[in-house]
Design a protein around this ligand. Structure first.
Ligand SMILES: NC(=O)c1ccc[n+]([C@@H]2O[C@H](COP(=O)([O-])OP(=O)(O)OC[C@H]3O[C@@H](n4cnc5c(N)ncnc54)[C@H](OP(=O)(O)O)[C@@H]3O)[C@@H](O)[C@H]2O)c1
Length: 293
């Protein structure tokens, strides 16, 4: 079997086109959707993530602004900035770019974001709602995984989804999303991690296998059932002397071997990655519409 490629760039463009229409409808009602980024310090990866989110916002007609403050800003000042944005009606969404410098408490800053402006879906109240199956903002990367599945014809309902990785931003919220008694969910979910005994025994049982480990090419073809759907969240730099940069990006799945066995697979890059920014924009449009989902 040669896998169908689940094209994250194309699906992302499809969702952005839908968002543009919703943004236009909001503007006709006099609502100008706004997304504020809080960037503490000058971490190059964070700068580039925020730049691509700003670019995505402009593409769908969302007004966005980056508030960049020095890395040595005090905890109180960062929280104060977030509180000011909470009160400013120009901003429907607030996104604090993580990681924060180690001198700051991420928990304290996240807790300061207004629940109805938390378009990253990381405030404990929104995570709680997610788990309870109540309307919320779903965290962007796992929400993107769900959309990739649904929009490429692989409804997880009734399927066994095996997720490798239990982080707070990917594995755990993805399990919470897919286990819900709700359309587009209703999966049976197994979550694996570094203490899982015999990982291959688990992954071989997956109808849908999600790799979110940060371990380059760790999922080999002998760990995947013939005909499984494979979603690769991993984004790992490996040395590549043939590239000008000296590296290239690979996923957590050994793509070539696994693509021969899977029914469908996401590439890296061009799979889950493009969806993450798009789902932040999706949540910002929801926030500007004054609703959760
Ligand atoms: N494309 C995107 O937009 C996007 C967004 C977010 C993340 N990512 C990528 O997704 C990957 C995961 O990110 P993350 O933030 O979730 O990482 P993380 O916080 O480091 O969590 C990794 C998880 O994977 C588990 N794990 C690691 N190696 C494993 C192994 N060999 N076998 C079984 N489980 C293993 C860890 O288990 P323990 O809990 O036991 O340590 C942990 O639960 C990274 O490559 C990251 O760059 C991509």
């Amino acid at each position: 079997m040669t896998a169908k490629i689940i094209d994250g760039r194309a699906i992302s463009q499809e969702i952005r086109a839908e968002l543009r229409e919703r943004v236009d409808a909001l503007k006709r009602r006099g609502v100008e959707p706004g997304l504020a980024f809080v960037l503490v310090g000058e971490d190059p990866a964070s700068l580039s993530y925020v730049a691509s989110k700003n670019q995505g916002a402009a593409e769908v007609g969302i007004n966005s602004q980056t508030l960049q403050i020095p890395g040595d800003t005090s905890q109180e000042q960062v929280v104060e900035l977030v509180r000011r944005l909470n009160l400013d009606p120009a901003w429907h969404g607030i996104l604090v770019q993580l990681p924060l410098p180690s001198s700051l408490s991420e928990g304290a800053v996240i807790n300061a974001i207004a629940v109805k402006k938390d378009v990253d879906g990381i405030h404990p109240a929104n995570i709680g709602r997610l788990l309870r199956g109540e309307p919320t903002f779903k965290p962007a990367t796992p929400s993107g995984v769900q959309q990739l599945l649904l929009r490429s014809g692989y409804d997880p309902g009734g399927k066994h989804v095996v997720i490798c990785g239990r982080s707070n931003i990917v594995g755990k919220p993805l399990a919470a999303i897919l286990m819900q008694k709700a359309p587009g969910a209703n999966a049976t979910v197994t979550v694996c991690h570094t203490r899982t005994l015999d990982l291959a025994n688990m992954t071989l049982q997956a109808d849908i296998l999600v790799a979110a480990m940060g371990a380059a090419r760790a999922i080999k073809d002998d760990m995947v059932r013939e005909g499984a759907v494979v979603i690769d969240v991993g984004n790992n730099r490996v040395e590549d002397a043939s590239r000008k940069s000296g590296f290239r990006l690979v996923g957590d799945v050994d793509y070539e071997g696994v693509a021969d066995k899977a029914a469908a697979i996401t590439p890296v890059p061009g799979g889950v990655g493009p969806m993450t920014v798009t789902m932040v924009l999706y949540n910002t449009v929801l926030a500007a519409e004054g609703r959760f989902e």
